[in-house]
Ligand binder design. Structure first.
Ligand code: C2E
Ligand code: MG
Ligand code: MG
Ligand code: MG
Length: 285
């Protein structure tokens, strides 16, 4: 179409008019320095077992303390990092930060686990599995304490080393969660072929739980099928007690969301564990 042809031709002209592109340009220019001066930080959000009420572990979520834009959330910069290829270095930094935090918690007597989001390009690096295993070995961390969260797009390209990496990491004992399930292609057909341990049901499906019969059917069907595949099921974005009860009855194993806790700084985690466990004793669900 003419619009499509024009996009390439007027690329620089467009960029100067579009604040989104200007921001993307500035962010991209700042990536390398941000890495050098440790502007990327992690927050942690708990995953809770619905039956026991026990905390399973924490998902690490990256934030960027930007000198001009303030605290940036991933929706603002992950796509830019993916387009520029910087996501590979950023992903490596996130893995390192997450594992170092985990080692620190273990040293302090807090035995937990951490889940790290991995993007398609990162997983497709031939040396990805080696890098992860070396990182764990260097910190004397058991592989069972680390989980990787991937999305369907990461494993759709059959020609990439992504699947090899996943198999190697699974054999080593690292957990692999399929993130945002139900948001994209949502095909069950190829799930069986993937070395997964968990399925995370996307927040958009959980949000509909109490007001749409169709979506509750999709959620319960997803839970049943996931169990047939011997996968643990995690509900994302659980915000209400009603959703929590519904999910528990539907057989969902774990949940994550504002109902339990917003993502928090690492320093807040030990106190959160104490309060959460004390609360559980006082008010059994
Ligand atoms: P995700 O992996 O699906 O992470 C869950 C997102 O949902 C997080 O947003 C979290 O703060 C948010 N969330 C959790 N509970 C609730 C809830 O009850 N209600 C609502 N409305 N939201 C909730 P966040 O931290 O902004 O991250 C967004 C996405 O950015 C992540 O989605 C993930 O895809 C990506 N991301 C985050 N950190 C990394 C990273 O280190 N590497 C890569 N490649 N992607 C990352
Ligand atoms: Mg995730
Ligand atoms: Mg998700
Ligand atoms: Mg999501």
């Amino acid at each position: 179409s003419a619009k499509r042809a024009g996009r390439g031709r007027y690329r620089f002209y467009d960029a100067s008019l579009n604040t989104g592109n200007v921001e993307a340009f500035h962010l991209e220019q700042g990536f390398a320095e941000a890495l050098r001066s440790h502007q990327f930080v992690l927050q942690f959000q708990p995953l809770v077992h619905l039956d026991s009420g026990r905390i399973d572990g924490y998902e690490a979520l990256v934030r960027w303390r930007h000198p001009h834009y303030g605290l940036l959330y991933p929706d603002r910069f992950i796509a830019v990092a993916e387009r520029s290829g910087f996501i590979v270095s950023l992903g490596q930094e996130v893995l390192r930060l997450a594992c170092e935090q985990l080692a620190q918690w273990h040293e302090a007597g807090l035995e937990t686990s951490v889940a790290v989001n991995v993007s398609a390009l990162q997983l497709a690096q031939p040396e990805f599995a080696d890098t992860v295993l070396e990182l764990l070995a260097g910190l004397s961390l058991p592989a069972q304490r680390l989980e990787l969260e991937i999305t369907e797009t990461a494993i759709l390209q059959r020609e990439s080393p992504a699947l090899d990496n996943l198999h190697r990491l699974r054999v080593a004992g690292i957990g692999v969660s399929l993130d945002d399930f139900g948001q994209g292609y949502a095909g069950f057909a190829h799930l069986q072929a993937l070395p997964l341990t968990r399925l995370k049901i996307d927040r958009s499906l959980i949000a509909q739980l109490s007001n749409s019969h169709d979506d509750s059917l999709i959620v319960s069907t997803t839970i049943i099928l996931a169990k047939r595949l011997k996968l643990q099921v995690v509900a994302e974005g659980v915000e209400t007690r009603e959703q929590r009860v519904h999910l528990r009855l539907a057989g969902c194993d774990l949940a994550q969301g504002y109902h339990f806790s917003r993502p928090m700084d690492a320093e807040a985690v030990p106190a959160f564990e104490e309060d959460f466990n004390a609360e559980k004793v006082k008010v059994p669900s």
